[in-house]
Design a binder for this molecule. Sequence first.
Ligand SMILES: [Fe+2]
Length: 252
Amino acid sequence: MSNPFSRNKLNIDTEVHCHILPTIGCDPEFTNQALEVIKYFQNYDVNTVYVTPHVRLTRPSNTHQSILERADVFKKQIVENKIKVTLEVVAEYYLDEGLSDLIDNEKLLTYPESHVLIELPLRNKPDNLDDIIKKLCAKGYKPIIAHPELHHYLRYDWKMIADLKGQGCLFQLNLIDMAGYFGEDVVVAAENLLRAKTYDLMGTGAHSREQLRLIDEQILQNKDYITLLRNENFKNKMFSKEESFMSKFWKK
Ligand SMILES: [Fe+2]
């Protein structure tokens, strides 16, 4: 199986969105599968993987503290298995009634330079969308809107997309959506958003090795998709934790 991040394919060295962080004390098979996914990324030149557990009111066990503890355990397992990938942890924050309090009271788990992954409700535009985006920006955060292709009220509303971009939001494609996991209407929406140059970042959105396999079959074996994706100027590299060749050179 080839890999979505192969330099020969999409030239992406940083995975920005996946849900493979094991819980503490989980079935060892789940950890083994997560390690397999990390190895899979390593084999194809991905140097940095961000895991993005959901933070939302309906998942009260996913606190910042529990997520960081889980990431510490998983990082040790990655080192023990001699896998040369840097694991980073952020959260995928769902825009519910709890997010405003979190912004007020806690430091959010972010990518470099305070970029923060935000998931919008699936079907209806939330009334507080503008307020939350303004609040995030006022606190110095830079919102990244996860998988707009999934959202009925957003994916064809070019004005809303332009407004959000105008406020500084970035947009992130999930390859699992483009692979057809959530149906044909989502695939068509992702293609349209790609052609409209909407996306800034690309991640898999994968929860398992089976989903990576689906991405491989549906996207990497499709020359039209490869061309479409390679024509994008994805900015994943800005979140890479590997020193650039030049910075290593100058240190010598
Ligand atoms: Fe996600």
